[in-house]
Every structure is written in C-alpha cells, then in structure tokens.
Ligand binder design. Structure first.
Ligand SMILES: *Cc1c(COP(=O)(O)O)cnc(C)c1O
Length: 374
C-alpha cells in the first residue's frame, strides 16, 4: 500500500492543471511579469471574497504581518500580544520591527489564545494583538475585538492557516483592523511558490502598506519611508485567481474530512480530537489531535508517530517547541512553566493527513494504523 502523505498537491494539480497552465501561459506571453492586471484582479477578487474594502498582495505571509506592523508604526518600546503556539513568523515580525512580543497561554481545546488570559497581559505599552486562527480554527473574535476596543489597541489577524474560515458568519481577516494571509503552497489557498496579502477596510492603512511594500514609494523614485520590496508575482496572482474559485469547495471537503475523522476516532480514549467551537466555521488547514496518555513528555507521541510511519501514515508535529522557549527569544526571559498549557500541548499534538483530495479509504487506513499504536 502507498504511503499516505500529510498533504499531496499533485492531486489538486491533476484537477486544475489545465486551467493553471493556461493562466500561466497567458502571463508568460504577455511579457509583463511584475504587477499589472493579474495582480490587480486577484487583489480585488480576494478582498471581495473576504468582504473587505482593500486587498494588497505581497511576497509572503511573513511580509504581510511585517507590513501590517509597519503601517501601524509599531516599533521599539511597544508590546504586541500574541500566542506562543504558532509558526515563528507571527512573533518574528514583532521583533523585526523592534517591538516586544508578549506571549499569552492558549486554550488546549482550540489551540488558540486563551481569551481569559489576554487582559492580564495588557500594559500601557501594548499596541496590538495578533490572534492566530491556528490550524484553520477561528479565534473568538467577539472577545478579541471588545478587549481591543476597551484598551484602544489594534487587532492584526494572522489568517495564514485560515483562508475562508468564518467567525459568526464573517470571514476571518475582515473582523480585525488588518488581516494577513499567506499563500505558501500548503495553506488552504496556496500559490505555486510564495505569496501573501494584507486586507483591511482602512484606506489609509492600505495606502501605507502599498507604499511600504514598494520601497517606501508611491511615486517612482520618490521615497518617503524605509520600505521593502515585497511583491506578489503576476504568475502567482494569476494562479491564485484560478484557485480562489475552488477555495470554498476545498474547505468544504476539509470540513467533511474533519467530521469523518471525528467519527472514526471517537472510540479511541487516548485521542482528543479537535472540536469546532460555537460561532466558528473552521477550515482545518491541519487536523491536529492530542495524545493525552502521558502528558509530561513527548516521547509517547513521537513513538506513535514512528509507529504510524511504519504503517505508511506520515503525520506531523506542529509545533514541537513553543516560541517563548525558542533560543531566539531567550532574551525575553521566559522560563519553562510560564505558559503551562502551551508547553503541555507541544508534547501532545499530532497532525494527521489532511487535504481536500484525501479519500475515505485513506482516512480509514490512518485510523486503523493509529488504533494499532495503543
Ligand atoms: C505560514 C504561516 C505564516 C507565514 O507565511 P509565509 O507565507 O510562509 O511567510 C505566518 N503565520 C502562520 C500562522 C503561518 O502558518
């Protein structure tokens, strides 16, 4: 039997390949590879899909977050609250602009920021919160927005893993002041290379981001700020326009797969499955279970992972080390035990194969293999 990969983009390409090739050919023959109509149309389509006034393409999700912070003029002396249980980029951009990340513990059931612990982390230096809709599960945006309003701080949604997810019917990215997306190939809406976008309803912020991503320039060879070069390529934009039309159906397939996993995994007492929270429409970029038999060490989890691999199932660990305990953040002074839920979850998590084209037979094989491990 073939190995079951965590993700197989070849299968997606088999379906949309002809359309993608035609769009790529069109850009190639046009002779215009930077900016132009493919980028403009994708920016408009993506903003329309999310329900925001503005969409600005850029080179990556990391740049999207960086540009958002820069547009808000967040820098040295400022604090930004976020989660420690995320990909490094979320916090990396905070330090890149010279501000200080302040990590708040998570809720084990959602893997997202624990709403009840945010207020205690707010100081007079807090300028922004970056909630991450991790694995495609929306954060409680009602709670985030009312905290932000009460303390006059800005909300930058990290939607890298949650394109198309909704909170109370509203697409994530359209609820906070700014929404940041990644089009890295493994995301729900992925390019064939790097890409990202910032969306907002604030015209001034959008204008700042357009200026900063183009070397701090609105007018050619006139520079008003130290910017960067961060472009969404015309080729990637053309590909993303094709793929955007499929996003909802792919997300529906992910939701169906999640429901099937939940049903198949129910009889396993060692496994805690992720649950969609009330008001949330999750899009399951990852389907991440927790192995709760031995919560004190990751060796049990890693053993299960190895056994699964022997049975042809490739699982992943997102994320083995929380950001507050990473070598790069030693200077922030966090100690083991500071964020107990985050630290425990890092030992327990295992992400199972999840992509829209995964078959029921494969899911069954994953679950049989998992049952064999206990
Ligand atoms: C992927 C990801 C990013 C960064 O996106 P890139 O396009 O890889 O730069 C940021 N935050 C989260 C949560 C991500 O998963």
């Amino acid at each position: 039997m073939n190995n079951i990969p965590p993700l197989d983009l070849k299968r997606q390409y088999q379906v949309i390949g002809a359309q993608v090739s035609a769009a790529v050919q069109e850009v190639l023959t046009s002779g215009y590879y930077i900016g132009g109509s493919p980028v403009k149309s994708f920016e408009q389509q993506f903003a329309a899909y999310l329900g925001t006034a503005e969409g600005v393409g850029c080179n990556s999700g990391t740049d999207a977050l960086y540009l958002a912070l820069r547009a808000l003029q967040i820098g040295p002396g400022d604090e930004v609250i976020t989660t420690s249980f995320t990909f490094i980029a979320t916090a990396e951009v905070i330090t890149a602009v010279g501000a200080k990340p302040v990590f708040v513990d998570i809720d084990a059931a959602t893997f997202n920021l624990d709403i009840t612990k945010i207020a205690g982390a707010i100081t007079e230096k807090t300028k922004a919160i970056i909630p991450v809709h991790l694995f495609g599960q929306p954060v409680d945006m009602d709670a985030i927005m009312s905290l932000a309003q009460a303390h006059d701080i800005v909300v930058i949604e990290d939607c890298a893993q949650a394109a198309g997810a909704r909170w109370r019917g509203k697409k994530v990215g359209s609820i906070g002041h700014l929404g940041c997306f990644s089009f890295f190939p493994t995301k729900n809406l992925g390019a064939c290379g790097d890409g990202g976008a910032v969306v907002t309803n604030d015209e001034n912020l959008a204008a700042s981001i357009r200026m900063l991503k183009a070397h701090g320039s609105n007018q050619r060879y006139y520079h008003e700020a130290t910017g960067i070069n961060s472009r969404l390529d015309a080729l990637q934009a053309a590909i993303l326009s094709i793929k955007l039309a499929y996003l909802d159906q792919w997300n529906d397939a992910r939701r169906q797969l999640a429901a099937t996993y939940q049903q198949l995994l129910q009889p396993l007492p060692e496994v805690v499955v992720p649950q969609e929270t009330p008001n949330a429409h999750a899009v399951w970029n990852q389907y991440t279970i927790r192995l709760t038999k031995d919560s004190s060490s990751s060796s049990d989890r890693d053993q299960v992972r190895n056994q699964l691999q022997q049975r042809g199932v490739i699982s992943m660990v997102y994320y083995p080390i929380p950001l507050h305990l990473q070598p790069v953040y030693q200077n922030l002074g966090y100690q083991p035990g500071d964020l107990p839920v985050t630290e425990q979850v890092c030992h327990q998590v295992l992400s199972l194969p999840m992509f829209p084209e995964l078959s029921l037979e494969e899911q069954q094989q994953v679950v049989y293999a998992l049952k064999d491990c206990f």
